[in-house]
Write a protein that binds this ligand. Structure first.
Ligand code: ATP
Length: 263
């Protein structure tokens, strides 16, 4: 059986900088059913964490609690030391969030979404940044389109642009590329890499294991609400050779076999 926890040192590598994200004992029950077992997680500045796992593993549940959108059953989340429940405004000032199916306001244009975000986060000189983001995500022609008039991919691109506009310390991306065209995927991939290089920590939840493999500094695998691996790709390869896909099947398949054995 593959080791489950060789690796929590990875994310809490000694650093003089404060952690961007600190999660302790985070768990969630839905009507008595446990969706996420108690999770501990630290993320240092500039790190990209790939969050992977089969359908129903608890990825979105974890992300929504970290974002302060979903109440926790137990545990705590701190962003740059600010507890998400006790100090939601201070914590969320540093947070950008791209949900899996963004729903922009029907009555605001693309540009007005950026303006609204800038005012909410008190971003100075936002129009020049917004122009750059419109070009990056090929939304220039949609500048005056209403939220309700956008395709799914365009909604995701707008969500990316709004999430990045305040240049947050932490970006949570829940399956963010699923609706993007190849140019959009490339733009988003390079943007994520560049943002991390500037110090933003990123959690990228995705079933696109190739993407996670090229971007992530560390990998967290959830399965049925449990953390089954957290470490670097190199650490994962010490358990199982091959790419992330082989490692993913070995780790999650192993758990299945173990569960069957103990049933
Ligand atoms: P996917 O890859 O399919 O998006 P996921 O890893 O994001 O899955 P979650 O959406 O976090 O998984 O779901 C984790 C578990 O919690 C699943 O068993 C799911 O059925 C359950 N769950 C999620 N939302 C609710 C809800 N609103 N009410 C009841 N159960 C829920």
């Amino acid at each position: 059986m593959l080791s489950h926890s060789m690796n929590d040192a990875t994310s809490s590598e000694s650093t003089s900088e404060p952690l961007t994200l600190s999660v302790r004992g985070l768990s969630r029950d839905y009507e008595g059913t446990r969706a996420l077992e108690p999770l501990d997680l630290d993320l240092a500045p500039g790190r990209i964490l790939g969050l992977v796992g089969p359908n129903g593993a608890g990825k979105t549940t974890a992300l929504r609690m970290i974002a302060g959108i979903l109440p926790t059953t137990a545990g705590s989340v701190a962003i740059l030391g600010h507890d998400v429940e006790a100090e939601p405004v201070a914590a969320k000032r540093h947070l950008g969030w791209v949900p899996d199916d963004p729903t922009p306001f029907d009555s605001l244009t693309v540009w007005e979404h950026l303006e609204f975000t800038a005012r909410l986060f008190e971003v100075d000189a936002w129009p020049s940044r917004a122009e750059v983001l419109l070009r990056l995500f090929e939304l220039v022609e949609k500048r005056d389109a209403l939220g309700g008039e956008l395709s799914r991919g365009m909604r995701q691109k707008l969500s990316f642009a709004c999430a990045w506009l305040p240049e947050p310390a932490l970006l949570l991306l829940d399956e963010p590329l699923s609706g993007l065209d190849p140019r959009g995927i490339r733009a988003a991939r390079e943007a994520i890499r560049g943002w991390a290089q500037r110090g933003t920590s990123v959690i990228l939840s995705s079933h696109l294991l190739d993407l996670v493999e090229v971007l992530a500094d560390e990998i967290l695998v959830l399965d049925r609400g449990r953390k089954v691996f957290h470490g670097t790709l190199a650490e994962a390869r010490a358990l199982r050779s091959g790419g992330l896909e082989e490692i993913f099947f070995a780790i999650t398949g192993d758990v299945e076999a173990t569960n069957e054995e103990s049933a």
